[in-house]
Design a protein around this ligand. Sequence first.
Ligand code: SF4
Length: 459
Amino acid sequence: MNDIFVSESVVKSQLDIADKLKTEENKKVCILTFGCQQNEADSEILSGICERAGYAETDNPKEADLILINTCAIREHAELKALSRTGQFKKLKEQNKGLLIGVCGCMAEQKERREALMKSYPYVDFVFGTDRLFMLPEIIKNAKTAKKRGVYISDLPHGEFGIIAEGLPLRRNSLHKAKVSIMYGCDNFCTYCVVPYVRGRERSRNSQAVLKEVEGLVLSGYKDIMLLGQNVNSYNGDISFPKLLEKAGSFDGEYFLRFMTSHPKDASSELVDVIRDVPNVAKQFHLPVQSGNNRVLSAMNRRYTREKYLEKALEIKSKVPGITMTTDIICGFPTETEEEFLETVDIIKQVEFDMIFTFLYSPRPGTPAAKMDDQIPHEEKVRRFELLSSVQNDIADKINESYVGKTVRVLCDSFENGMCSGRTSGNKIVNFTGSSKIGSFANVKITSSAAYTLKGEEI
Ligand code: SF4
């Protein structure tokens, strides 16, 4: 791969353009974000660049001078939602010719999607790809003067694209919770997933840059920090992911350090040891299993077996007692038979996850699974979904009941009328009576439980 880093001088020249744009006053930007945490993190960069260019942020598109739609292509539902919101801005554009509308994110990266979008929504002024965020000042400047609509997509050959820009401004959504991207893209090519096609091959930030960002957050009082990547276990900076996690969790002060997402084939014992041994590293592990059947796992190109997954999950649970374990399941992958599905139900029972995130399979254009015969009918996917949910609800109920009478450390996220709500190191939601300030820790005695929440009182 060529040099994956944008040079400092290029970043500086973009920020200089932003500074020049700042001379116009009272501008507002409305950023709509669809999809995953990576998109949310990207939107914080978009917001930071806009702030540098003089745009205050608004939730109301009607008062915006610039609307940015950060799209997701992972599931059909997210795509349709983004398109429907884009469609609603036609009137606004007719009423305000100076309004600029831009579309970015994963949908912008897919040629067919991008071309269809530009054709169906002629009032969209520009589209730009996931690795072109750093160019936003230039993109806005061009849109203000250009007669032509702008398309800013990586010009490197597919498979090599992917550029990391350090030093971009960020406007974070929270004063105590932060996301830190450590890597971008994915090399795994699971057959149902569009990520490698829209976000390119894996490329990692340098550990010094990541650690500097985490340290800055800890010093500024952030208490819940999430390291983000499509597959953090294959982080390939200058140190391994477990080492990065250990260092990022070792700054002075109390905070929860989380990470998302792990691929089971790459989750190492060293990583589990770091979770166990470093107090600030959150006692939570999200390990997406997707299916409990070996033939389906192979058809998904997941490159682990049911047995290997179980071995890893049980290692995590035995090394870190009380750890919260969560997973993702795809319901109704093409060709999945009833018996194969029941093996997924069985793995849920064996591991006893605290929570499962179940998704109805939706074919993503361009992926191998979308072309497979024997697509499962929607009603059947829903039936399997409901069965999984009911099995999981009982398991979650039982796990949460075991918290009653115990005292847990909770980071307060909200406070209203004497009622606080927050999360534990294991990411359990706790509603409690008390007087904790948002962003501070409290010891909470659990008095009752439901499947996905705990109730208690501050002690
Ligand atoms: S690991 Fe698989 S599911 Fe996850 S982003 Fe990569 S290709 Fe998609």
